[in-house]
Design a protein around this ligand. Structure first.
Ligand code: 13P
Ligand code: SF4
Length: 305
């Protein structure tokens, strides 16, 4: 078994060289996929890495909207997904028509959308944002009386509290993060009273209020490294705990809930990475008109942060 695995990894390495490919993996990917990757990171970090890199092929181990964002930022590259059926249920909770209707109902509003949206939705936005910069983006929109913020109602609630702005939100949510309950945090705090609590802003508002820090996945990685605390309760998808432990062997990390597993993030395996590189598919494509409009929303975000 071990030998088979070694052979598979050798084949992947050879194909990477042959096709000038790099492997990017989101922080929630299976440990064996994270170990294969050239870079691990949060959703936007990975797309920016894809754009900065001079590889010809990007093997994107994550979910569909993330690979689409990589295509938007670097259309000249071939972006392939080892399992193209890996979607994000939250991103699928709003389509472009839903957003057009919301914009029509609030014609004066500026529109801000989370990176967890389809390319078609991004093409309808004024500003994109990520979990790492959503508050900064909304804070920069002082000149607007009304702000539409989609699709995550919990992220909207968190941003609204932090910025003091009333937001017109949508009813989207992450089915994985809502499984982390306030009682999970309270239980873990009781067991580990010295631990710092860090949670993702996609968590329920009743969970976010119990945290020491509300952070994106890569911000959590930095917080764990730089904070003098030795123990952390981790309120996000369980996969993040693997890289936190790997990068901080002297610290302890406790997942807030074993239920918080994103099934879509676990669809990618080492075998599927090999098959993707052998056949150079499935390629993620975004039509030029959509891509260019979506790119503007991302550019506007980057100009703020
Ligand atoms: P990050 O951008 O914080 O990695 O989050 C992406 C995501 O899908 C969280 O569920
Ligand atoms: Fe989407 Fe939630 Fe999975 Fe992140 S954890 S990819 S928001 S379903």
């Amino acid at each position: 078994m071990m030998k088979e695995n070694h052979k598979l990894i050798e084949k992947i390495k050879a194909l990477k060289i042959k096709h000038q490919a790099i492997i990017l993996a989101h922080n929630y990917q299976l440990p064996e996929v994270q170990d294969l990757a050239d870079f691990c990171g949060d959703s936007l970090e990975l797309s920016r890495l894809a754009a900065k890199n001079n590889a010809e092929v990007i093997v994107f181990c994550g979910v569909y909207f993330m690979a689409e964002t990589a295509v938007i930022l670097s259309p000249e590259k071939k972006v392939i997904m080892p399992d193209i059926t890996a979607g994000c249920p939250m991103a699928n909770m709003m389509n472009a028509d839903d957003l057009k209707k919301l914009k029509k109902a609030h014609p004066q509003a500026v529109t801000v959308g989370y990176v967890n949206t389809s390319a078609e939705v991004k093409a309808e936005l004024d500003y994109c944002c990520t979990s790492a910069n959503a508050v900064a983006v909304v804070n920069a929109l002082k000149d607007y009386k009304e702000i539409i913020f989609v699709p995550d109602k919990y992220l909207a609630d968190y941003v609204s509290k932090q910025s003091g702005r009333k937001l017109i939100s949508w009813h989207g949510f992450c089915p994985t993060h809502v499984k982390i309950l306030p009682e999970d945090i309270l239980r873990e705090k009781k067991i580990h009273p010295q631990a710092k609590v860090m949670v993702h802003p996609e968590c329920l508002s009743s969970v976010a209020v119990l945290a020491d820090a509300v952070l994106s996945t890569s911000q959590m990685a930095k917080y764990a490294k730089t904070n003098p605390a030795k123990e952390f309760i981790v309120g996000t998808e369980a996969g993040l705990v693997y890289c936190l432990k790997r990068d901080n062997p002297d610290k302890k990390f406790y997942p807030a809930s074993a239920r918080a597993v994103c099934p879509n993030m676990k669809l990618t395996t080492q075998e599927k990475v090999l098959w993707a590189l052998e056949e150079l598919k499935d390629e993620v494509r975004v039509p030029k008109v959509v891509r260019e409009k979506a790119h503007l929303a991302i550019e506007r975000m980057l100009s703020i942060v």
